[in-house]
Ligand binder design. Structure first.
Ligand code: NDP
Length: 590
């Protein structure tokens, strides 16, 4: 090992320059057996301090990537880095010529798209300006969900692009599924070790690790330690005759110490439907009392299936094992039959697969490793803590439908609707939102587009603004199938409109008439007024369906700025890009 020359205190540099130079040299020699030590320090001496600058850029839609970026920063600090956590939307404020080490933590949103806050960074990476990143060491942590075909696509695209423009990948990308914790930890260890080799990292590291495990028992409620909450209210919001079942839930936060803000989401760990568990046990030929090893320790196979694992969607591993035992499935798994496999799996669940392949037998111990962990579901909170202290409200569409002769049930939505009673508790945690927030200044007008369950965070916003006596104007666009059956929170919204708190209420009931009318039609009808609100500094929010609605609303917004604002296509693009950078265009879409 060699020692990188130290930049002495009396060298003609200010502290910022010295830090940068020290970091530059440490970065230059990262992973090559060199370490930078302070003048007072010596190798093997606890006073040795590496000071390696590290930029951690996050692209986050729901807040998970941001939270992880902050955790990684904390860990990197304990190893001797000087980390900065930066929102990818702020990329243009970064002096890239001074950056040495970059860790990107990003989720993927929609159909393999960048999260909203990382889109500008991604666009910039395509420009010539990004060719100046050749000096950069980087690694990418990609968050995703294997249920989507474009798994972790945003992170993979950034990783490939950084390499393409000549930056140096110092640690391979990690693509994480919903249970990202273990993979994130291992990526973090690898990436940080590539920046500062473990043997050179700051002495405080071990102490901090010990401290954090010692304090974890007293840790407050979180995703890893969810609070067992009482369900107070479970009320259907649709009138009889509706084609939908959307419910309003109220959950007690009493004695939890949990806090949230309007715009946050609530995570729920559901329990599977017991009838489905019994059907699976019968299909496997198990009695459910078999003792199995699960992440939390040993328990019965029945309990593991009920509480710990996803028993609806067949995992690729299960498909593979069934294919080994069943020639028809084996044929479907061949790469040339990818489309046939997709069609066959459409509307089918694990139980269908097992019933269709009775020759593929599994013991409990063989079966469990083929399952994925049951992931928590996130729901946008529909209350404000300032209006409903000690409670959190949710507005959830309960998923029930028929396919291939069986009734299918959404795991978490039917858990809340059907399976929670006075004796059971709902394991919850608060997922702090990344950037879905009311404007700091209460005078600022807000435009909220929330069809269906998308109304949830806007109910929270309206309650919050009333509670803090914010004087800014409020405009809500709400849409559902029929006014008579599906006008959620009608009474309270109309009351807010009558008393002036809700300045404008624009509704679009798609099935009240022969032709469909959607929220974006109402926006276009009100183009001039909507434009004048934008020009007065209004923040524009969208919540609800990502696949079609959010795209159509975005197109309508483009059109309004173009026509009512009299702007060229390029100017519209710039106008919206600026709104996003200024956090005036925010989306919570799923
Ligand atoms: P939906 O978004 O399904 O429906 C609300 C209203 O939006 C209806 O009037 C519907 O009209 C209308 N609509 C349909 N297409 C468009 C479009 N392109 N632009 C604008 N409006 C449109 O409401 P939900 O709250 O039930 O579901 C929200 C979305 O989120 C759905 O895609 C759902 O699959 C998804 N989702 C919901 C979850 C939940 O818990 N709510 C969980 C996971 C996903 P019409 O139907 O008459 O065409």
């Amino acid at each position: 090992m060699q020692i990188i020359p130290f930049i002495p205190e009396n060298a003609p540099f200010n502290s910022e320059q010295r830090l940068w130079l020290n970091g530059y040299m440490a970065g230059l020699f990262a992973g090559k057996g060199y370490v930078h030590v302070s003048e007072a320090g010596a190798l093997g001496n606890n006073s040795a301090t590496a000071s390696v600058p590290l930029l951690i850029l996050f692209g986050s839609q729901t807040g998970t990537a941001e939270k992880l970026a902050k955790q990684i920063a904390k860990e990197s600090k304990s190893r001797g880095c000087v980390p900065r956590v930066t929102d990818a939307a702020e990329h243009s404020k970064i002096d890239w010529s001074k950056e040495i080490n970059l860790l990107v933590v990003t989720s993927t949103y929609g159909d393999g798209d960048m999260p909203d806050n990382a889109q500008g960074f991604w666009d910039w990476l395509q420009t010539d300006a990004a060719n100046s990143l050749t000096h950069l060491n980087f690694s990418v942590l990609a968050l995703g969900d294997t249920n989507y075909e474009q798994f972790c696509a945003a992170g993979k695209k950034i990783d490939a692009r950084l390499e393409q423009i000549g930056a140096k990948r110092i640690h391979p990308l990690a693509d994480c599924d919903l249970d990202y914790e273990a993979k994130t930890k291992s990526w973090q260890d690898g990436a940080l070790a590539a920046i500062i080799p473990v043997e050179n990292s700051a002495a405080g590291h071990v102490a901090i690790e010990e401290k954090s495990s010692a304090t974890s028992a007293a840790e407050s409620y979180s995703k890893t330690n969810p609070f067992p909450a009482r369900l107070l209210t479970n009320r259907k919001l649709n009138a009889d005759g509706s084609e939908k079942e959307t419910r309003h839930f109220e959950i007690s936060l009493a004695d939890s110490g949990l806090n949230y803000d309007a715009g946050d989401a609530l995570g729920i760990f559901p329990t599977n439907c017991s009838a489905l568990v019994e059907d699976l046990l019968a299909a496997l030929g198990c009695n459910g009392d078999e003792i199995v090893a699960a992440p939390g320790g040993e328990l019965s196979f029945r309990k593991a299936l009920a509480n710990t694992f996803d028993i609806t969607k067949p995992s690729p591993e299960l498909l593979q094992r069934i294919a080994e035992k069943n020639s028809a499935v084996r044929e479907l798994l061949a790469s040339e039959h990818k489309d046939d496999l997709r069609k066959w799996l459409w509307g089918r669940e694990m139980i269908d697969l097992l019933l269709a392949t009775p020759d593929a037998k599994f013991s409990a111990a063989e079966f469990l490793p083929l399952l994925k962990k049951l992931a928590p579901r996130l729901y946008s909170i529909s209350s404000s803590p300032k209006a409903h202290a000690g409670e959190v409200h949710l507005t959830i569409n309960v998923v029930r439908h028929q396919s291939h002769g069986r009734t299918r049930k959404g795991v978490a939505s039917t858990f809340l609707a059907d399976r929670v009673n006075d004796e059971t508790r709902v394991p919850i945690f608060v997922q702090t939102s990344h950037g879905f927030r009311l404007p700091a200044n209460g005078d600022t007008p807000v435009i909220m587009v929330g069809p269906g369950t998308g109304v949830a965070p806007f109910r929270a916003f309206l309650h919050e603004r009333r509670a803090v006596a914010a004087t800014g104007k409020n405009w809500l666009f709400f849409g559902e199938q029929r006014a008579a059956n599906d006008f959620y929170y009608r009474e309270e919204l109309e009351k807010m409109f009558t008393d002036g708190h809700l300045t404008k209420l624009s509704t679009a009931f798609s099935r009240n008439q022969a032709e469909k009318i959607y929220v974006q039609n109402r926006m276009l009808e009100n183009a001039a007024e909507l434009w004048s609100w934008l020009e007065a500094g209004a923040h524009f929010y969208v919540c609800g369906d990502a696949s079609r609605m959010a795209k159509d609303v975005d197109a309508a917004l483009h059109k309004i700025i173009e026509t009512a604002g009299g702007k060229s296509a390029d100017d519209v693009k710039n106008y919206l890009a600026k709104m996003k950078t200024d956090k005036r265009y925010q989306r919570d879409v799923y």
